[in-house]
Design a protein around this ligand. Sequence first.
Ligand SMILES: *Cc1c(COP(=O)(O)O)cnc(C)c1O
Length: 399
Amino acid sequence: MSIDKKQLETNLIHTSSGLDVEQKTGAVNVPIYLSSTYHQESFDEFGPYDYSRSGNPTRQALEGKIAKLEDGSRGLAFASGMAAISSAFMLLSSGEHVLVSRDVYGGTFRFVTEVLSKLKIEHTFVDMTNLSEVAEAVKENTKVIYIETPSNPCMNITDVKGVVEIAKANNCLTFLDNTFMTPLYQKPIKLGVDVVLHSATKFLSGHSDIIAGLAVTKDRELGERLAFLQNSFGSILGAQDSYLLLQGIKTLGARLKQSSETALDIATYLNEHPLIKKVFYPGLSSHSGHTIHARQSKGSGAVLSFEISDAVEAKTFVEHIRIPIFAVSLGAVESILSYPANMSHAAMPKHERKTRGISDGLFRFSVGLEHVDDLIADLDQALHAAYVRSYEAVGVRNF
Ligand SMILES: *Cc1c(COP(=O)(O)O)cnc(C)c1O
């Protein structure tokens, strides 16, 4: 039976890359090939590997796996999500132009505005949820449309097929940052996207242990060009981290399913809480992108954002939270509470943050694998305690 007919949960664990079960010993895990160079048996006919920047068997097993999971033709593993993203942007040449989601990841924003612009690659930020704005922003030299959906941190949803149509009509490529959904819930290449990018630091590895990035191209030729850039920059993922990422991917199915269920329960709870102004989660029917997201994705994921009421001080709220760690990053077994204004989006000037809805009361919550009742009880006590404290502080001042 063809492996392609299997469900993704199965393919996360078994793929046909041959290295899944090591041939010589039957070892169930891909060996970690710690070798920078490879002996060549023949004087003039070289083997498949020569130097590990250009190719390493452990990394290759991972690259084959992600290509398969994303239904692409070539997968590449990078030293970080930003290495994958910035290398993909290097497919462009000076004088060309890119359209980028307005509420893109802070590091991508920094790369586009401060590095691409130095290389004379122009950019325009657009509201990707508004297809007519996207179509109008395309210029003669536009070569790439860059999508992030759901976007970070307000979980805006882009109609991927709609943007791909605009791109195709204008001879542009589409890149999509699939970090939040992973191939388990969203298959951008099936929707026509040319390059899928991941911060594998997040859900794919899942344990807050490694920094890693992945890229998958729809066609082979584009894959060759990106592999050339990867080898030229040298920003490859090491063999040990490639191994850890392969291990993380195996449990993605169970982790993401559980965390997403808990995320919906938490979003529903917060949505009804009097001290919460707004909840951003595509799984809520009240979310503006709910219908489009449900059409193009199989799940709503494990990240939500919420804005606390002015009656609750952000600092006091964080001081009372006990279970989630308070940190940047997301997609791990432990829940992570982040404060985008001075964490993930600190690289973005305040006025830019404001136009993207990143207020001083906005929190992002990446739901882990703790019991839902414990997480809700923790949020509940922290909101209540912060409210009481803010109320007391106001009371004292008035006195
Ligand atoms: C974290 C993240 C990145 C950057 O990835 P690194 O692995 O930290 O370099 C890019 N995009 C999104 C959506 C992210 O969450």
